[in-house]
Design a protein around this ligand. Structure first.
Ligand code: CTP
Ligand code: MG
Length: 237
C-alpha cells in the first residue's frame, strides 16, 4: 500500500559541458525543433506519474533554466534547480542529496530528448520490484575491444550485449549508500550509476527494454537524428 503513494523524483542532468559537440552553447540548451533540447525530457517527466523533478545544471545556467525553460513552459513539477559538479557522478550525487523525501529516483540525461511515457512507466514499475533498473537496447552491431594501437583484442558475444540508456532508476537509500562507499575520490571510468551499484552493493540491476529512438545527443549528427524522431510530435503542435 505504501508503495502506491511513495514519492518518485526524476533527477534530470544538465550540468555537462558537451565537449564532444564542439559548440559554444552546451548541447542541452541548443535549439531542436523550436525548443531547447532539455525541454523535452523535463516535459516528459512533467506529464508522467513522477511527483517531483530536480534539475541539475551549471551555476551559470540556473537563471537561464528557471526563466527560459521551467517558468516559460510552466514545468511546475521542477521543485529545485541545483548546481552540478565536475563529473556526471558528482552531478548525480548533488541531485540525489536534493531529492530528500523520495523513495525512488529516476536519473535521466537532459541530453536524451526522445524519452517516452512508456519508458518512464516501465522504469517505475520495475524499480519498485528490483530497487535498481536501467533501460537499454540490445546492440545491433558487433562490438570489438581494441588496444591503444586500434588493433583488435577480442570480440564479446553480441547476444549478451546491451547498449545502456537512461533513465536509470533506484531506491534512493540504496544509491545514496553506494555513493557513500564511492567516497569523494576522482574516477575517470565511471559513466553511469548502474556501475556504482554493481561495485558497491550486492543488488543486481534489472535491464529493461528502452527504445532505439531514446538516443543521447552527443555529437552534431545526433541533433539531426533526434529531430527526425521528435518531428512527429513537433508537427502536431
Ligand atoms: N552531465 C552532468 N554533469 C556533468 C557531466 C555530465 O550533469 N559533470 C550530464 C550532461 O549534461 C548530460 C548527461 O550528463 O545530460 C550525459 O553526459 P554526456 O553525454 O557525457 O554529456 P557531457 O559531459 O556534457 O558531454 P561530453 O562528455 O561530450 O563533454
Ligand atoms: Mg561527459
Amino acid at each position: 500500500m505504501i508503495e502506491k503513494h511513495c514519492n518518485i523524483t526524476a533527477i534530470v542532468l544538465a550540468a555537462g559541458k558537451g565537449s564532444r559537440m564542439h559548440s559554444d552553447t552546451p548541447k542541452q540548451f541548443m535549439m531542436l525543433g523550436g525548443y531547447p533540447v532539455l525541454y523535452y525530457a523535463l516535459k516528459a517527466f512533467q506529464d508522467s506519474e513522477v511527483n517531483d523533478i530536480i534539475l541539475v545544471t551549471g551555476d551559470e545556467y540556473v537563471d537561464f533554466c528557471r526563466e527560459n525553460i521551467v517558468d516559460a513552459y510552466d514545468l511546475s513539477k521542477v521543485k529545485a534547480i541545483v548546481i552540478g559538479g565536475a563529473e556526471r557522478y558528482d552531478s548525480v550525487r548533488l541531485g540525489l542529496m536534493a531529492a530528500e523525501g523520495a523513495k525512488y529516483v529516476l536519473i535521466h540525461d537532459g541530453a536524451r530528448p526522445c524519452i517516452t511515457q512508456k519508458i518512464i512507466s516501465d522504469s517505475i514499475e520495475t524499480v519498485k520490484k528490483y530497487a535498481a533498473c536501467t533501460v537499454g537496447v540490445p546492440v545491433k552491431d558487433t562490438i570489438k575491444i581494441v588496444d591503444c594501437d586500434q588493433m583488435g583484442v577480442d570480440t564479446p558475444d553480441r547476444s549478451k550485449l546491451w547498449q545502456i540508456q537512461t533513465p536509470q532508476s533506484f531506491d534512493r537509500e540504496l544509491l545514496l549508500s553506494c555513493y557513500d562507499r564511492l567516497g569523494l575520490e576522482k574516477y575517470t571510468a565511471i559513466t553511469d550509476d548502474t556501475m556504482i551499484v554493481e561495485r558497491y552493493s550486492e543488488v543486481r540491476t534489472k535491464v529493461i527494454m528502452g527504445d532505439y529512438e531514446n538516443i543521447k545527443i552527443t555529437t552534431p549528427e545526433d541533433l539531426k537524428i533526434a529531430l527526425n524522431f521528435l518531428k512527429k510530435d513537433v508537427d502536431t503542435k
